[in-house]
Design a protein around this ligand. Structure first.
Ligand SMILES: NC(=O)c1ccc[n+]([C@@H]2O[C@H](COP(=O)([O-])OP(=O)(O)OC[C@H]3O[C@@H](n4cnc5c(N)ncnc54)[C@H](OP(=O)(O)O)[C@@H]3O)[C@@H](O)[C@H]2O)c1
Length: 389
């Protein structure tokens, strides 16, 4: 029996993770759950899984949660940033799944590593912001960081048992998002509603917009750099609209090993929970004859400049990925609120990166530096967006 703590249990990944727990009641149990504001859904989850600790982002959400409870109360209810730390270091948890959006859980990831927990990581923004620090902490503590993002999970599967010196290249696949075939001028007019209609994956709003701009792939390139200790020159991206090949590894002899599967996040989540074992999955098997053609094409960085910006960030000053991530969060929120056009997203990020390159570069060596650059970029992007408006 493995004990699981989940940060972000009310979101898309969190709910898929609980479906995996449902499929394996003899192997998995939930000991702690954290959510942001969705008190009603968290109350339902509490009633079903009876964790000993639940956490919410604010005191107000905590009160709403208590009001929504029907029969029984958790032994502990916590709220605020400290609450995430308590969930991430719950004494009974073997595995902590990080499935909240944004970077609020950075300290919680580091605390879970320090507490010796196995990390199941969906929350890619954390590695983009502080990959060097997180992975160094995990190595020092001897803790496994198991990727839940389907592409990195695929690469983890392809690399398992291989000598890293035999690897030539990691190849991340991208669906291309809802605007893959959209003409460049039409992109100027797309709305948040258009962008939220992803062709192959059902996900939370932030990552769905990131998929539409291809920033999601850019963040994943940076995530792969840290997870697999591979330089940007050894990571490439190929568009694969069917999302059946989840990613590939090319070895020095030219052989390419790929991982294929149905498009259901329960599979990579279960892999992280079961690793190093494999368990029966609660999803239908892949039927390649029904899948039909598998297509591959190069990514178009002219129409989707966010991907090129991510490669630029990885090649430049260590502060640039932090700026890229922070400016992107502000820009995506602005786009969702109809305050920024779709093409304004890469523009705002580029502007922040240019400004950082011009006047801010400085040593980024510890968490304080990471936070300082993150704050600077958020303030810059917020001010700049107000001007754009
Ligand atoms: N969805 C996917 O298929 C997918 C695939 C790969 C990677 N990822 C990554 O996984 C992460 C989650 O994605 P998602 O699609 O599941 O997002 P989502 O549906 O928007 O869910 C986000 C979750 O985070 C919680 N949350 C937000 N702020 C919080 C805070 N301050 N404290 C505690 N919890 C907080 C939300 O709680 P409330 O709803 O209660 O406010 C919700 O449970 C992202 O980093 C994303 O890039 C997702």
């Amino acid at each position: 029996m493995k004990s699981i703590a989940i940060l972000g249990s009310t979101g898309s990944i969190g709910q898929s993770a609980l479906a995996v727990v449902d499929a394996h009641p003899d192997r998995l149990r939930v000991v702690a759950l954290a959510a942001g504001a969705n008190a009603a859904r968290l109350a339902d989850q509490y009633t079903r899984y009876r964790p000993s600790l639940v956490a919410l982002a604010t005191e107000a959400a905590g009160r709403e949660f208590e009001a929504a409870l029907s029969g029984g109360r958790p032994p502990a209810i916590a709220f605020g940033p400290e609450a995430l730390l308590s969930v991430a270091t719950h004494p009974e948890a073997d595995i902590v799944l990080f499935a909240s959006s944004g970077t609020a859980a950075l300290d919680a990831v580091l605390a879970a590593i320090e507490a010796g927990k196995t990390i199941a990581l969906a929350n890619k923004e954390i590695l983009v912001m502080a990959g060097a620090i997180v992975m160094a902490a995990a190595r020092a503590r001897g803790v496994a960081v198991l990727p839940v993002d389907s592409e990195h999970n695929a690469i983890h599967q392809c690399l398992h048992g291989r000598d890293p010196r035999e690897v030539r290249r990691l190849v991340l696949t991208a669906s291309g998002g809802p605007f893959r075939t959209c003409a460049a001028d039409a992109l100027a007019r797309v709305t948040p509603e258009d962008a939220l209609r992803h062709p192959t994956w059902r996900m939370g709003p932030k990552i769905t917009i990131d998929s539409a701009t291809l920033m999601n792939k850019g963040l994943e390139v940076i995530e792969a750099r840290w997870l697999f200790d591979a330089g940007a020159d050894r990571i490439s991206v190929v568009v694969h609209p069917q999302s059946i090949v989840h990613s590939m590894v090319e070895f020095v002899d030219g052989s390419v090993i790929a991982q294929l599967g149905v498009t259901d996040m329960q599979l990579p989540i279960q892999y992280a929970f079961s690793f190093p074992e494999r368990w029966r999955a609660p999803v239908p098997p892949l039927d390649l004859t029904a899948a039909g053609r598998l297509e591959f094409e190069p990514a178009d960085v002219e129409r989707f400049p966010c991907l090129a910006l991510a490669f630029r960030a990885l090649a430049g000053d260590p502060g640039l990925p932090i700026v890229l991530n922070a400016a992107n969060e502000i820009a995506v929120a602005g786009f969702l609120q109809h305050r920024l056009p779709f093409l304004g997203i890469p523009e705002l990020i580029r502007e922040a990166m240019d400004a950082y390159d011009r006047c801010e570069p400085s040593l980024v060596s510890g968490l304080d530096d990471v936070r300082r650059v993150d704050r600077w970029a958020r303030e810059f992007a917020t001010r700049s967006m107000a001007g754009v408006k």
